[in-house]
Every structure is written in structure tokens, then in C-alpha cells.
Design a protein around this ligand. Structure first.
Ligand SMILES: Nc1ncnc2c1ncn2[C@@H]1O[C@H](COP(=O)(O)OP(=O)(O)OP(=O)(O)O)[C@@H](O)[C@H]1O
Length: 528
């Protein structure tokens, strides 16, 4: 590889380091493709020239708040800039009109209070310190001034702080376009207050985040001509269904299961619930208690939030009956039947759980047993019933649990939307998308495929706007600039999209096909 043009003897550089990832140093000597480096921790190393990156020794010690103003845009430089800013509690940094937020994992006093909101109101971007409020302000002003709807995309890996950032964005938009407290329960209050309900049913403890959202969310805030919030809608995508039946160690199932097990005694008795450890869907991991979280308290808080978003007492009972039914369903075990490939409910304990499930779901226990132990195939001529072996019956039990749970979640979202109310006359909206970031686990499933494909699609949208279109504009206007190399993921997308027929054939064989189609639609909707 060619020697980088701007590195000579005496240059300040970044070089890769086993312990600190990158370390700064000085070029002492250059010998063909090799350079002798004096590192800042006192070592002398010989490194390939192609592995060196120039460093701006004049950069301020407190960092630069817009990284497009850095002399050298390279990975070590960007990371170093973010690190030194983070060390002084500056968690926000711009890269042009993109905001990078680093999770502080602690509350930074007065970063989000009313006084700060007031300061950012109408301030041109860049005039004040980088802040999430500035991004919301730009979106709002552009909507008011140019009559254009806007979307804010919040992306990052699990635990990066997407949901918290989304909440801040919503609070600020509510501040800009909200109504007076005297006007009763407002749209913005209801959107914010629906969070605890969504979190109880859609969030869970994962290895990375004790309150990880296991679904994607697009919140659409609608505005009237005067820029006042007139309606809102919450759209959710790809709830992680597998978690209902299967949890890895160090993780938990959805919060609502533990909350219900910690409900007041008379309610636990009504749903025949007890210690979470007695339920198969919860005891696959250690039933961890979350630091700083009191499930009994959160159960009551979730019910209060349900009251606020218009879910009445009777509906709340129906919701928790379904949650309890799923726990009982998971405890039904099957034994091998007399006929080959057949099964029946194993013992008295399993029969108790079968009866409880049926009672809570208000269905006939025999019909439920039949549905679990047999499979129905409908042909044009007849309906064929085929017995399932114990493994088959367990798969069908888990399938039922996942379907009931995801339908409950969708029902809750619909209910919240009806209660918040949409404005059919609204002209403009600001959408905030809080979506899963890339995921790569030891074992990756179809859910990871959908999540990663959506992220590739969003990345391509970013590439298209930030690199491709911008640089085409420079060419058109004959501006003198040096071409910026970027990793284009179009090939990845082509692989999936250009062989669509093949892929769809595969997907349509999967029961998650509709989920994929929804996520594909989400991607195209956002990009349109
Ligand atoms: N701006 C912030 N200030 C203080 N704490 C924060 C901030 N952002 C995030 N956190 C902390 O980090 C935790 C994880 O953040 P959050 O749930 O928003 O991550 P996420 O990116 O949405 O994760 P996931 O994809 O798993 O849902 C929060 O519960 C909170 O404790």
C-alpha cells in the first residue's frame, strides 16, 4: 500500500495498541513501508506505514464538539475525541447534523430540565452545545418553516441509550408543541404515559440492558397548522416472540410476568400464581431481581399507567388473565400416548395447569388439550386430525404461548392508539424511530436476520444521503473536494433483494413471513 501522503518523520500519529486499542505517538524514522514510532507510554515500535493514522496535536484538550471540524477524520481520532468529551460529561457530539450520544449510565444533573429546554427553543443548531433537544428543535422548525414532515432515527446497539434518547426527544417536542396543563389530559401526556405500559409488556432484562426494548417503535407525533400537537400514533415492529418461551441465563422474560407474580395476594390467588421460580417460562434463567426495581411497586405503577391511557379495570383483568394463562400453559407437560406418535397431558400437576389455562382463557379444557396434542390439516376434501408426539405437543404449546403474547401486545398498542387519538386532518408529523441496532449472538435466528436487514437498509439510506447524493452534488457544481471513501453496503442489500423470489419462497415457508413483510414495509416506508 502507498505510504499515506501526510505522514513524515516527526508526524504525530495514532497506532493500534493491544491494551488501549489506539495509542498516540511520534514518527521517529521511516524505512520503506515501515515506520519507527515513539509511543506516548514510552515504547518504541516498528509498524507498517499503512497502519498509521495522522493525529491533530493541536486539537483542544476538551475535544471538538462537531467532528466535521476535525483536521483528520479517522477512527482513532473520532474515538479519542468522543472519549475526552465523555470524561468531562459532554455526552453529546455532532458530526454535521448527526448527533452522537454516549450513554452516561448516570443522571447528569440539569441536562434535561425546563431551563435547558427553554435555552434550545429556536436556537440555530451549532449555536449551543450539542444536545438531543437541538435535533428535535431543528426537526420542528423545519416542519413549521417549510411545511415538511420529518423523522428522527435513533440507532445504536442494545443498551446504547436509544429509548432514553427517544423519551428526551418526545419530552422536548411536547414542550414545543404541547398544550397548557389546564386543557386536561393531553395527547403528549398520554404518549409519554403509555411508555410504562409498553415497557412492562415489551421490555426485558438482557445481558446488556436490564430494561431492553424487545421491539422496534415508531412514534408519530401529528401537528396542526399552528405547530401544536394534535394527535399521535405508536407503531411497533417485530416483538421478540421467542423470549416468551425461551430465555438464556442472565436474562429474563418480559417484565409483566414477574410483575404479576408480585401482585397483591388476592390477585395472585385469583390467577393461581406464586413464585416465578415455579413457572417453566421463567425458571429457565435464575429469575433475577433487578437492582433498584421493585416488581410489586411496578405492578401497581403499570396498572396506574393503564388507567391513564384508558385501559379500564375489566380490560386490565383480561390482560393479566392472558399473562397468567401463558405461565400456566408453559407448565403443561406431555407424556407418550399408547398409539405411536401420540401424547397426552402428563400428570395431575400438568392437568391443573391445563385447567387453569383454560379457565383463564375462558375455553374448554378438553378442546385445549386436543388443540395441543393434535394437529389439524385442512385439505379441500376433508379435515385431517393427526396426533402429535410429546415433542410435537410441546412445540405446539410454545407456539400458542408466543402467538397469544404477541397478539396481546398488538392489542395493547392498538388500545393505546385509540385512546391517544389520531388527527385525521393533520398536515405534518415528526416521527421518532427507536429501533433495534445490529445483533449478532452465538446463535442467530430469523429475528436477527430481520433486525440486521432493516439496519442495513437504514444504513444504505444514510450512505445515499450523506455520501452518494452529497458527492454527486459536488461533482455537478464542480466543487473542488477530495472524494470520501465509505463502505457501501449495497451489495448486502442486493443479495437479499435481487433474489427476492428465492428469498420470499423461503420466507413464506416460515411462520414469521408476515413479520418480515412488515419490517420490509417499515424500511421502504421510512425511506420513501
Ligand atoms: N441520557 C442518559 N442519561 C442517563 N442514563 C441513561 C441515558 N441513556 C441511557 N441511560 C441508561 O442506560 C440504560 C439503557 O438505555 P436504553 O434502555 O435507552 O438503551 P437502548 O439503546 O434502548 O437499549 P435496547 O436496544 O436494549 O432497548 C437506561 O436504562 C439508563 O439507565
Amino acid at each position: 500500500m502507498d505510504k499515506p501522503v501526510n505522514i513524515v518523520v516527526g508526524s504525530q500519529i495514532w497506532v493500534g495498541d493491544i491494551d488501549s486499542v489506539w495509542i498516540d505517538g511520534l514518527v521517529l524514522n521511516i524505512n520503506g513501508e515501515d515506520a519507527e514510532i515513539q509511543t506516548s507510554d514510552g515504547r518504541q515500535v516498528v509498524v507498517k506505514m499503512s497502519n498509521l493514522y495522522p493525529r491533530d496535536a493541536e486539537a483542544p484538550a476538551t475535544g471538538i464538539d462537531d467532528m466535521t471540524r476535525m483536521s483528520y477524520l479517522n477512527e482513532p481520532g473520532l474515538l479519542h475525541n468522543l472519549a475526552i468529551r465523555y470524561a468531562i460529561n459532554e455526552i453529546y457530539t455532532y458530526t454535521g447534523n448527526i448527533l452522537i450520544a454516549i450513554n452516561p449510565f448516570q443522571s447528569i444533573s440539569s441536562l434535561y430540565d425546563a431551563h435547558v429546554m427553554e435555552k434550545y427553543k429556536g436556537a440555530p443548531i451549532g449555536e449551543l452545545k450539542p444536545h438531543v433537544f437541538a435535533i428535535a428543535d431543528v426537526a420542528y422548525r423545519a416542519m413549521i418553516n417549510y411545511g415538511k414532515s420529518n423523522s428522527i432515527l435513533v440507532s445504536g446497539e442494545s443498551g446504547a441509550g436509544k429509548t432514553e434518547t427517544t423519551k428526551m426527544l418526545m419530552c422536548y417536542l411536547a414542550f414545543l408543541g404541547g398544550h397548557a396543563a389546564s386543557e386536561g389530559r393531553t395527547v403528549e401526556q398520554q404518549v409519554l404515559e403509555s411508555n410504562p405500559v409498553l415497557e412492562a409488556f415489551g421490555n426485558a432484562k438482557t445481558v446488556r440492558n436490564n430494561n431492553s426494548s424487545r421491539f422496534g417503535k415508531f412514534v408519530e407525533i401529528q401537528f396542526d397548522k399552528k405547530g401544536r400537537i394534535s394527535g399521535a400514533a405508536i407503531r411497533t415492529y417485530l416483538l421478540e416472540r421467542s423470549r416468551v418461551c425461551q430465555i438464556s441465563d442472565l436474562e429474563r422474560n418480559y417484565h409483566c410476568f414477574y410483575l404479576l407474580c408480585a401482585a397483591p395476594p388476592q390477585e395472585r390467588e385469583r390467577y393461581k400464581l406464586g413464585n416465578p421460580k415455579s413457572f417453566h417460562y421463567l425458571n429457565q434463567s435464575n429469575c433475577y431481581e433487578l437492582a433498584g426495581v421493585n416488581d410489586a411497586h411496578d405492578y401497581l405503577a403499570t396498572k396506574r399507567a393503564m388507567d391513564i391511557v384508558g385501559i379500564g379495570e375489566q380490560e386490565q383483568d383480561a390482560i393479566f388473565r392472558v399473562v397468567a394463562a401463558i405461565l400456566h400453559l408453559g407448565n403443561i407437560e406431555f407424556a407418550k400416548g399408547e398409539e405411536s406418535d401420540s401424547s397426552f397431558v402428563k400428570d395431575e400437576e400438568s392437568k391443573f395447569h391445563l385447567h387453569m389455562t383454560a379457565e383463564l382463557l375462558m375455553c374448554d379444557p378438553n378442546a385445549l388439550e386436543d388443540a395441543l396434542c393434535k394437529r389439524m390439516m385442512v385439505t379441500p376434501e376433508e379435515v385431517i386430525k393427526r396426533s402429535l408426539d410429546p415433542h410435537g405437543a410441546t412445540v405446539s404449546r410454545d407456539g400458542l404461548a408466543k402467538t397469544i403474547y404477541s397478539r396481546l401486545f398488538d392489542w395493547l398498542v392498538d388500545k393505546i392508539n385509540v385512546s391517544i387519538g389520531q388527527d385525521p386532518c393533520s398536515k405534518y408529523l415528526i416521527g421518532v424511530l427507536d429501533i433495534y441496532g445490529f445483533e449478532s449472538f452465538q446463535t442467530n435466528s430469523f429475528e436477527q436476520f430481520c433486525i440486521n436487514y432493516t439496519n442495513e437498509k437504514l444504513q444504505q439510506h444514510f450512505n445515499q444521503h450523506v455520501f452518494k447524493m452529497e458527492q454527486e452534488e459536488y461533482v455537478k457544481e464542480e466543487i473542488d473536494w477530495s472524494y470520501i471513501e465509505f463502505v457501501d453496503n449495497q451489495d448486502v442489500l442486493d443479495l437479499i433483494e435481487k433474489v427476492q423470489l428465492f428469498f420470499l419462497t423461503l420466507l413464506l415457508k416460515s411462520k414469521d413471513a408476515f413479520t418480515t413483510l412488515r419490517i420490509l414495509l417499515l424500511s421502504s416506508y421510512l425511506i420513501a
